[in-house]
Ligand binder design. Structure first.
Ligand code: SAH
Ligand code: SF4
Length: 387
């Protein structure tokens, strides 16, 4: 029976604070708040960090090197939550896509692409995107907020749960998983959103992902893709230092203005200057240039030659991406023959195997197909999954 005395008490119980995505310093402050003496805090933070990011535990009770009583104190105040899964789809090629619901009900998508010897996780940085590249499905979604560092790291945690990528874990469904010990070897910020418009949270999340005593995904295996937010590119190099990918898609300003409208603000030559000056480039790093193949729009041989010329002095990789269609898209994917001819020009200039094969198209998980809030879209995805 609920009495008048305990009803308000229950209503006032504050939600537990999630620890995922907090840096060591903040964790240490939280421990101080629980009365952990200063000389013990470093060690306690290391213990917690390891349980959270090396073992992937979500229950404080399993942290056996922490005293039982203190485990109880932690569990009473804090949680190690994952985003809620709305749908999980597994493509015939093993690609997985999760539609995830965040605490405020907003939704984002995360995609995992397994290959024989590696696995790439494509994560989102925003709900929707404020930019509106004409070929991109995400760009048609208006609702936008930045994801927190915890929500960005949370996508990695959730994916590792679902593919059994923690020590001793077994995957619920092993379809197409890589052979090696680690199922997620690479992370790309190529999901929903423009990551450089959520700079601080994405940077903090990458620092946690790259932490050698935790998730341990080296910065050379994390790639941030940007549509070309030029002033943030040098800062990203200095503060985060991950690999960089540029969504180029056109070699002439008139066309790029149309396809990637942020080009009107920062045109191609400014973008190229920022790439040439990207901190870390001299250390044998390369910048990846993404180029979506749109039939009769940007796929001529003249475009291919101009592309090679534009990138001549930059250590570059070129990724030709067959356009992934979505309902109502105003473009078609270039014919395969044309992609091959285009690729040949690029290959002859010394760029190896540049065509990115579309993965997970049957579950709308391929580049640019992500979009979360449209009910219509979700219904069609569910149908696709059932089929
Ligand atoms: N906002 C960032 C990162 C997310 S988009 C950016 O634009 O770079 C990730 C990649 O998918 C980008 O290169 C983007 O241009 C590409 N892309 C978007 N829509 C696509 C589509 N329909 N088909 C193929 N690639 C697409
Ligand atoms: Fe946003 Fe990138 Fe899509 Fe452009 S391509 S609308 S920047 S997510």
């Amino acid at each position: 029976m609920t009495t008048l005395m305990d009803a308000p008490l229950r209503a006032e119980t504050p939600p537990k604070e999630g620890l995922i995505g907090l840096d060591r310093e903040t964790l240490s402050e939280h421990l101080a708040g629980l009365g952990v003496p200063e000389r013990q805090r470093r060690m306690r933070v290391s213990q917690l960090w390891s349980w959270i990011y090396v073992r992937g535990v979500t229950d404080f009770e399993l942290m056996t090197d922490i005293a039982k009583e203190f485990r109880g104190t932690l569990a009473a105040q804090f949680a190690l939550p994952r985003p809620e899964i709305v749908t999980e789809q597994i493509s015939v090629d093993g690609t997985r896509k999760w539609l995830l619901r965040l605490d405020d009900g907003k939704e984002v998508e995360t995609v995992y692409i397994p290959e024989e010897d590696r696995g790439t996780l494509c994560i989102s940085s925003q709900v929707g995107c404020t930019l509106n590249c004409t070929f991109c499905h995400t760009g048609t979604q208006r609702l936008v907020r930045n994801l927190t560092a915890g929500e960005i790291v949370g996508q990695i945690m959730l994916a590792r749960d679902r593919i059994g990528d923690w020590p001793g874990a077994t995957p619920p469904d092993p379809t197409g998983l890589p052979n090696g010990d680690r199922k997620i070897t690479n992370v790309v910020l190529m999901g929903m959103g423009e990551p450089l418009y959520n700079f601080d949270n994405v940077r903090d999340a990458c620092a946690i992902a790259a932490d050698g005593d935790g998730l341990s995904i080296s910065k050379r295996r994390i790639t941030l893709s940007t549509s070309g937010i030029v002033p943030e590119i040098p800062r990203w190099g200095e503060e985060a230092g991950t690999m960089l990918a540029i969504s180029l898609h056109a070699v002439r300003d008139a066309l790029r203005d149309e396809l990637v409208p942020i080009n009107k603000k920062w045109p191609i030559h400014e973008l190229m200057d920022a790439c040439r000056a990207y901190p870390g480039l001299p250390n044998a790093k390369r910048i990846t240039f993404e180029y979506v193949m749109l039939k009769d729009v940007n796929d001529s041989i003249a475009d291919a030659k101009a592309l090679v010329k534009l990138l001549a002095k930059i250590p570059a990789k070129i990724n030709l991406i067959p356009f992934n269609p979505w309902p109502g898209a105003p473009y078609e994917c270039s014919d395969w023959e044309q992609i091959e001819k285009f690729a040949e020009v690029v290959n002859r200039a010394g760029y190896a195997s540049p065509v990115r094969s579309p993965r997970g198209r049957d579950i709308m998980a391929a580049c640019g197909q992500l979009k979360s809030t449209s009910l219509k879209q979700r219904a069609s995805e569910r149908l696709a999954a059932q089929a």
